[in-house]
Design a binder for this molecule. Structure first.
Ligand SMILES: NC(=O)c1ccc[n+]([C@@H]2O[C@H](COP(=O)([O-])OP(=O)(O)OC[C@H]3O[C@@H](n4cnc5c(N)ncnc54)[C@H](OP(=O)(O)O)[C@@H]3O)[C@@H](O)[C@H]2O)c1
Length: 253
């Protein structure tokens, strides 16, 4: 589905980003795995190369640093001559203390920390990629959001604010750059079973969250990746600006 395509995935060193990099490569794309943990990303790239006979590369990128997304694009263009797909997955690793903090207790600094990765990180990568996509009149941008950005939640206020920003940014990009054949999407995810979200929960918490969705289970990173693959491919060529909810049916609109 993606043979001949070059796809950047931020946050590719673990969880959902890794699953997206995996499925893109399996479907023929040359994947640029961008994250801070370079050794982990390198070993994933090595595995994909051997398995899929594609040409993946790992780059050490911190999306919090203003210059890194520009570097990411520069290195991608230098190596492959183009970028077809940008998938922004990198997300701030929020600790329980901040997650459980009441909205009125969140400091500017705490909010900015989360915004700087989840929203500004994606913003910086989009800004870096769009001129190249525009010049080629072709590109797909996928950004990871979350269901609290649509339905609200009683925890994780900085996260909800950052992920809601993603929804607006995606619509803006779709509108402004649709004329250049650039498509943009947000994936609003529900409970996805990654080590980061699942492993530290108590048995009761896991069960409570399992029951949230009509499908009565957690989603897998591979199920998110499957949705990203369809959007990144030509099968979604007349769809843009949409928020696709991947949550087992908890949030229906
Ligand atoms: N799992 C869920 O239930 C769920 C639900 C809704 C939304 N999401 C969103 O889905 C995304 C992935 O979540 P996950 O569960 O797969 O978490 P994860 O396993 O912790 O993955 C987060 C990824 O982001 C990267 N990252 C973090 N800070 C970064 C930075 N400053 N620069 C570059 N990369 C950075 C991490 O790599 P390094 O540490 O190597 O940099 C890692 O690869 C996040 O945006 C999250 O908010 C997840």
């Amino acid at each position: 589905m993606l043979r001949g395509k070059v796809a950047i995935v931020t946050g590719a060193s673990s969880g959902i980003g890794q699953a997206i990099a995996d499925i893109y490569s399996k479907n023929g794309a040359d994947v640029v795995l961008a994250a801070r943990s370079i050794e982990i990303s390198r070993s994933i790239a090595k595995r994909l190369r051997r398995r899929d006979h594609t040409d993946p590369v790992a780059l050490e990128i911190d999306v919090e640093k203003e210059g890194d997304p520009q570097l990411l694009l520069k290195e991608t263009i230098k190596r492959y001559g183009k970028v077809d797909i940008l998938t922004n997955v990198a997300g701030f690793a929020m600790k329980d203390a901040l997650w459980n903090k009441a909205f009125h207790s969140v400091s500017d600094e705490e909010l900015l920390k989360v915004l700087n990765v989840d929203l500004l990180g994606a913003f910086r990568c989009c800004k870096a990629a769009i001129p190249h996509m525009k010049a080629r009149s072709s590109g797909v941008i996928i950004c990871i959001s979350s269901t609290p950005a649509i339905a609200g939640y009683d925890k994780g206020a900085p996260y909800t604010i950052a992920k809601a920003g993603i929804l607006g940014m995606v619509k803006h990009i779709a509108y402004e750059y649709g004329q250049f054949n650039i498509r943009a999407y947000a994936l609003a995810l529900g409970n996805i079973k990654t080590p980061k979200t699942f492993d530290h929960l108590t048995k009761e918490q896991k069960l409570k969250l399992t029951k949230e969705a009509p499908l009565r289970r957690w989603g897998s990173p591979e199920e998110v990746a499957g949705t990203a693959l369809i959007l990144a491919s030509e099968h979604a060529s007349f769809v843009t600006g949409q928020t696709i909810v991947v949550d087992g049916g908890t949030v229906m609109r």
